[in-house]
Design a protein around this ligand. Structure first.
Ligand code: SF4
Ligand code: SF4
Length: 288
């Protein structure tokens, strides 16, 4: 199976699937009907035996509970990771109000995740048709989601997988910056098909983040700091509040819009300017 062909069919699927659009039966308002959630996906491929998958088991990375690709699927040869960037309409929608998620963002977060799993299943189906064995960790019965303290980590991390697959790097906001930005969702499929792997164009874990601090300023609950990055507790507590207000939906994403990494890799700022900016913010925060 050709890699290019796989990218093309995923692209076509994303544009054609009705589930990448908000239907009238689900729309939060009439202006949301027909909203397209995602642009064309970015695909990355990792070797299922890449040593970084074992490194994830270290306590300083994720921990022993994370499963390597061959633990999900013993015959695994490759892991296909994808990033689905949110459309301009979704990103712009969330810029209109500062404190609560926009309707566009709520749809993108919830209906968007349904489409992410649909694209995983689609990839699975075309690989299966070509005679390969596959597994989607996010829908496997062994998948455990842990968004509570102390770990806040699942036994399969889409963003860590994306890092191994060459899609990009982490950021100060604990988001993940790809060449199509930080605003979007990730998915992956483990397969027995041996594909050509992507070369990582970075060495540092947060290389694409320029530490400009804009995400920190956007956060409605000051959950992000230069010293600690994003703290999960205040962010999670805020998301819980949105879940009450917007039930059954929730979300925030203010650290992913109106930021230089929103839809691309940000330009690196001068190191001296970063230091001055950081000192100024620290000084102002001390006086609050
Ligand atoms: S807004 Fe700036 S500091 Fe925050 S993640 Fe993006 S590039 Fe990094
Ligand atoms: S999702 Fe919202 S609350 Fe959480 S870190 Fe980002 S801006 Fe802050």
């Amino acid at each position: 199976m050709q890699r290019k062909w796989m990218e093309d069919v995923c692209d076509t699927y994303t544009w054609k699937s009705p589930n990448n659009y908000v239907g009238s039966e689900k729309a939060l308002s009439t202006s949301m009907i027909g909203l397209r959630i995602f642009d064309s996906p970015l695909l990355g491929v990792a070797d299922a035996r890449d040593p970084l998958f074992e490194k994830m088991k270290e306590a300083s990375v994720i921990g022993q509970h994370v499963l390597a690709p061959t633990e999900w699927l013993p015959q695994a040869k490759s892991v296909i990771s994808f990033f689905l960037p949110f459309t301009k309409e979704v990103r712009d929608g969330n810029k209109k109000i500062a404190d609560w998620p926009s309707q566009e963002w709520l749809h993108a977060r919830i209906e968007g995740q349904v489409f992410v799993l649909e694209l995983c299943r689609y990839l699975d189906s075309i690989l299966l048709e070509a005679g390969h064995t596959n597994l989607i960790p996010a829908t496997d019965p062994r998948f455990t989601m842990n968004d509570k303290p102390p770990t806040f980590t699942s036994n399969w991390s889409e963003r860590h997988v994306a890092f191994v697959a060459g899609l990009g790097t982490f950021s100060l906001s604990k988001g993940f910056i790809t060449k199509k930005g930080v605003a979007g969702r990730f998915g992956s499929v483990v397969t027995s098909l041996a594909l050509t792997t992507d070369v990582r164009k970075y060495t540092e874990i947060d290389e694409y983040c320029n530490h400009c601090g804009t995400c920190l300023e956007n956060c409605p609950v000051n959950a992000i700091s230069y010293e600690q990055g994003k703290r999960h507790e205040p962010c999670g507590a805020y998301l819980d509040k949105t879940a009450v207000k917007f039930s059954p939906r929730y979300g925030c994403g203010k650290c992913q819009v109106n930021v230089p990494c929103e839809h691309g890799i940000p330009v690196r700022t001068n190191k001296l300017m970063q230091t001055i900016r950081q000192s100024a913010i620290n000084f102002v925060e001390k006086d609050r």
